[in-house]
Design a protein around this ligand. Structure first.
Ligand code: 13P
Ligand code: SF4
Length: 301
């Protein structure tokens, strides 16, 4: 605590003087998640909550696409990223030109784009989704074939659940692609009775070994339901750290993978961001209108 106290106090004061709120993703470290954030959650919750922020400034304790989504949904606010290099391997895997080519190759097939993409890619899409609503969105389209980009594994996992044919893209989350079925089998052998929760960005053969698959919010809800005394979350490391604070009676087994992008966001980076009012996230207005349509359609589902 002593290590963090100075930054935490400074950030709390800066939030007041700048009229700012901090939105934090579930993968942020506990001192950010529990000590300075106003709104925490999965990608879907952060998008929903960003719409109704009344403060002048939104600091995104997350990655760049999340800050862009907040700006799309609440464009009059100043949206700050503490570190502009906090990207995402999925967002980097695809360009707007790639989406246009897919549309040419598969005319009339709806394009469902994961929120883990740039605003420019969203602008080429019909509707966005997150891991928390992907199934609902895909089923709601009423099409027997969907272009689901850029997360190949999420698309394969949703195809398995829904029976809908997916045209996929070879994008992967560099955190979740590292988990293996062997790792889960070993965990079960070493921890009899353990409940395995996996994120749907994991490869399908990993999800097949799990007891439950869902977004970070769904995993959090599962743990809060009290159904499991001992769990392992097959996802980013801070997820278990944050939940362990809230659920001291649940045992967390913690093999995990770190997201280097999420970990660029630190207390000193957030403090500097509020002190200097940088780095401001902006989106070209014409592009923002088109990108927002895809996000709005998702939120309307
Ligand atoms: P969710 O919090 O929406 O499950 O997303 C996980 C993730 O990897 C965000 O970058
Ligand atoms: Fe992207 Fe994966 Fe990191 Fe989430 S955890 S920001 S999907 S690389």
């Amino acid at each position: 605590w002593a290590l963090f106290a100075d930054d935490i106090e400074a950030i709390l004061e800066l939030k007041r003087s700048r009229n700012a709120v901090i939105l934090a993703h579930n993968y942020q470290t506990p001192e950010i998640f529990h000590c300075i954030s106003d709104i925490v959650g999965d990608s879907l919750a952060l998008a929903r909550e960003a719409q109704t922020v009344e403060a002048d400034v939104i600091v995104m304790a997350g990655v760049h696409f999340m800050a862009e989504t907040a700006k799309l949904l609440n464009p009059t606010k100043t949206v700050l990223m503490p570190d502009m290099d906090a990207g995402c391997s999925l967002a980097e895997s695809i360009t707007p030109a790639d989406v246009r080519l897919l549309r040419e190759r598969y005319p009339g097939v709806p394009v469902v784009t994961y929120v883990n993409t740039s605003a420019a890619v969203k602008a080429e899409s019909d509707v966005c989704c997150t891991s928390g609503n992907a199934r609902r969105i895909v089923e709601g389209l009423g099409s027997d074939r969907v272009i689901m980009i850029p997360d190949e594994f999420l698309a394969q996992n949703i195809a398995k659940e829904t029976g809908i044919r997916m045209i996929t893209w070879a994008g992967h989350c560099e955190v979740h692609e590292r988990f293996t079925p062997e790792e889960i089998r070993r965990l079960r052998a070493e921890n009899p009775g353990i409940v395995v929760l996996a994120h749907p960005e994991c490869p399908p053969e990993v999800v097949a070994e799990a007891d439950f698959a869902g977004s970070t919010a769904h995993m959090s809800d599962f743990v809060s339901s009290g159904k499991a005394a001992k769990v392992v979350l097959i996802t980013e490391c801070s997820m278990s750290d944050n939940l362990a604070v809230q659920h001291p009676t649940v045992e967390f087994v913690r093999p995990c993978n770190l997201c280097p992008h999420m970990k660029r966001i630190t207390l000193p980076a957030i403090r500097r961001s509020l002190e200097t009012m940088s780095h401001e996230v902006t989106i070209e207005p014409g592009l923002a209108v088109r990108a927002r349509q895809a996000v709005d359609r998702m939120l309307a589902f």
